[in-house]
Design a protein around this ligand. Structure first.
Ligand code: HEM
Ligand SMILES: *[C@@H]1O[C@H](CO)[C@@H](O)[C@H](O)[C@H]1NC(C)=O
Ligand SMILES: *[C@@H]1O[C@H](CO)[C@@H](O)[C@H](O)[C@H]1NC(C)=O
Length: 330
């Protein structure tokens, strides 16, 4: 009895250590490197940049939308695996219609354009997941934010997860601070990473349906700010009002700066979840710091972007290199 107990204890230990090893190997970014395509597709950086640049010059919001795609890509399914880009088919439900994404994520045509140019230059080499990582980086840079070296070598998934995308992984805009912290922690990102990454809401737009309750019902909101936002977001639910869009950062909507944090201090966060970061909780001092110190914000943002890009990549011979980002190869 005793012998059998100690035997099962040691095999339990073995299984646990094996699982730990697998988890660490699975989430390791050892195989990602900034030079991944230097021989196989040397023009990848210039090609992505030129398409992102022209998309943003036509419509600055595209930079925000591309940036957000990378976030939603990395959080759901097998890390930054291109799962968010898969179109639904009659026999396949991907992530595009999940609650945080449906009618919300965009810029897929920009990704298509990048992909088709790169397929001409180096067919079958560059993953859609890496394209999103580069496009997210370039968008921030073009809109005036920091630059960084992006690590590459991710592969594309042959799966997607509607259920993960729909519930439990991406935090909703109604999140409390503790939910925000927990959801990022589940992806290996710290509270500091979460606060820094939220600074991405210094660019881009949100729909009335997302922030209606906040601007009509919340008390931790600047009154004149709420009034201004109410002009473009009717109280009554329904279309077309629900889809009216508004800048996340009213002050400098297309500049990647630290106004997001300055706004929070004035109780001018557009989303409930935004204002949670400066509402008396543990993240208050960091928000204050970032609002006063752009360099520190940029430093922590870049660090967190690299960490987010490292979430569980498919590498080596896992997954595939999609020919078309919207569908799996046959
Ligand atoms: C902290 C938790 C977060 C919540 C609750 C959240 C929620 C949202 C919501 C609700 C929208 C507006 C969607 C719509 O109205 O259709 C939005 C937009 C946006 N989010 Fe977040 N987000 C979070 C974190 C992030 C992170 C980490 C990033 C990137 C690093 C990011 C980047 C963006 C961008 C750029 C937009 C504007 C997109 C556009 O204009 O197309 N967000 N977010
Ligand atoms: C996605 O949005 C469309 C258009 O608003 C709606 O008809 C559809 O039911 C939504 N899908 C899901 C899964 O909620
Ligand atoms: C505000 O709160 C009231 C009472 O809880 C609720 O009925 C209403 O739907 C909420 N939202 C708006 C936009 O008024």
């Amino acid at each position: 009895m005793a012998a059998s107990n100690s035997h099962s204890a040691s095999s339990f230990l073995f299984i646990v250590s094996f699982a730990v090893l697998v988890i660490f190997t699975g989430s390791s970014s050892a195989q990602l490197s900034k030079n991944f395509y230097s021989k196989s597709c040397p023009k990848v950086f210039s090609t992505v940049k030129s398409v992102v640049h022209s998309a943003i010059s036509k419509q600055p919001r595209q930079g925000a939308s591309l940036h957000r795609l990378h976030f939603h890509n990395c959080f759901v399914n097998q890390g930054c695996d291109g799962s968010v880009l898969l179109d639904d088919t009659p026999t396949f439900t991907g992530e595009k219609t999940a609650a945080p994404n449906n009618g919300s994520i965009r810029a897929f045509e920009v990704v298509d354009e990048i992909k088709s140019k790169i397929e001409k230059e180096c067919p079958g080499v560059v993953s859609c997941a890496d394209i999103l990582a580069i496009a997210a980086r370039d968008s921030v840079k073009i809109l005036g934010g920091p630059k960084w070296d992006v690590k590459l070598g991710r592969r594309d998934s042959k799966t997607a997860s509607f259920s993960a995308a729909n519930n439990g992984v991406i935090p909703p805009p109604s999140s409390t601070l503790s939910i925000l912290i927990t959801r990022f922690k589940a992806k290996g990102l710290s509270t500091k990473d979460m606060v820094a990454l939220s600074g991405a809401h210094t660019i881009g737009k949100a729909r009335c349906i997302i922030f209606r309750d906040r601007i009509y019902n919340d008390t931790n909101i600047d009154i004149s700010f709420a009034k201004t936002r109410q002009n473009k977001c009717p109280r009554t639910t329904g279309l077309p009002g629900d889809n009216k869009i508004s800048h996340l950062d009213l002050q400098t909507p297309t500049a990647f700066d630290n106004y997001y944090y300055k706004n929070l201090i004035k109780q001018k966060g557009l989303l409930r979840s935004d204002q949670q970061l400066f509402n008396g909780g543990s993240t208050k001092s960091l928000v204050k710091k970032y609002s006063q110190d752009t360099e520190t914000f940029y430093f922590d943002f870049v660090n967190a972007m690299i960490k987010m890009g490292d979430i569980q990549p498919l590498t080596g011979s896992s997954g595939e290199i999609r020919k078309n980002c919207r569908k799996m190869n046959n």
